[in-house]
Design a binder for this molecule. Structure first.
Ligand code: SF4
Length: 81
């Protein structure tokens, strides 16, 4: 699904933030902390996290999680049976 079609994204707290915070070329702990602080106050953080996990987004911070944190979450969450 194209990002423009994701309605909740328009309510994201990051919509007015510097995209480099969320999609940095070279992530740093400070950049990650700043992006995560914005996500923590976002009204669509749950939708965002669920989308990124389901879509397998491999880049950037989504729903307060880094790519590595999403990868670990996908590995440890229970699968539907
Ligand atoms: S949770 Fe973070 S990345 Fe997702 S829409 Fe909100 S501010 Fe943006």
């Amino acid at each position: 699904m194209p990002l423009e079609e994701i309605g909740w994204l328009r309510r994201g707290a990051c919509r007015t933030s510097d995209p480099d915070l969320f999609f940095p070329l070279a992530p740093t702990p400070l950049q990650e902390a700043r992006a995560k602080a914005i996500c923590a106050g976002c009204q669509v953080v749950e939708e965002c996290r669920a989308y990124a996990l389901e879509a397998g987004e491999s880049e950037g911070i989504w729903g307060g999680l880094t790519p590595e944190e999403r990868r670990r979450t996908r590995l440890t969450r229970p699968t539907a049976s």
